[in-house]
Design a protein around this ligand. Structure first.
Ligand SMILES: [Zn+2]
Length: 144
């Protein structure tokens, strides 16, 4: 009976490790395929622009950028975004929606992660802390 379980486990893990790289490879190819279309390239540019805007927000929140620069750069990025949106509208296409959803999911994951690291606070007093702070600048406790 025990041998049967071991054998079963072996079969499952073999199937898993043999099939997984194949599945992974496939989804990778699909992505490359979509990136070689004009829509794919536009989506890539849009995603790039968004992450640039997020970086901008981050720099503004952390005080690396003053308000005037922040507003000017945001306006510039918004114009670029509008331009990309228009190009996308002209291209049309059904698969676009799928691609957008896929990218939205990736972007919101990225946002959640960057927000998590941007909004860290001291566990004792709740004061804002930066990711690499070793001690709280308000109450002085050691931060892990
Ligand atoms: Zn503190």
């Amino acid at each position: 009976m025990l041998e049967l379980f071991i054998l079963l486990g072996l079969i499952i893990s073999t199937v898993y490790f043999v099939l997984l790289p194949y599945v992974h490879e496939r989804s990778h190819q699909d992505f490359n395929l979509s990136a070689s279309t004009p829509q794919g390239r536009l989506l890539y540019q849009q995603a790039n622009l968004r992450s640039m805007m997020e970086d901008l927000e981050f720099d503004f929140l952390t005080g690396k950028l003053d308000r005037t620069d922040h507003e000017a750069l945001t306006e510039e990025h918004r114009n670029q975004q509008r331009d990309l949106d228009n190009q996308m509208k002209n291209l049309g296409g059904v698969s676009r929606i799928e691609l957008v959803q896929q990218l939205e999911a990736e972007i919101s994951l990225y946002q959640a992660n960057s927000l998590k690291s941007a909004l860290q606070v001291c566990p004792q007093c709740g004061y804002d802390r930066k990711a690499n702070d070793k001690f709280c600048s308000n109450c002085g406790i050691k931060l892990s």
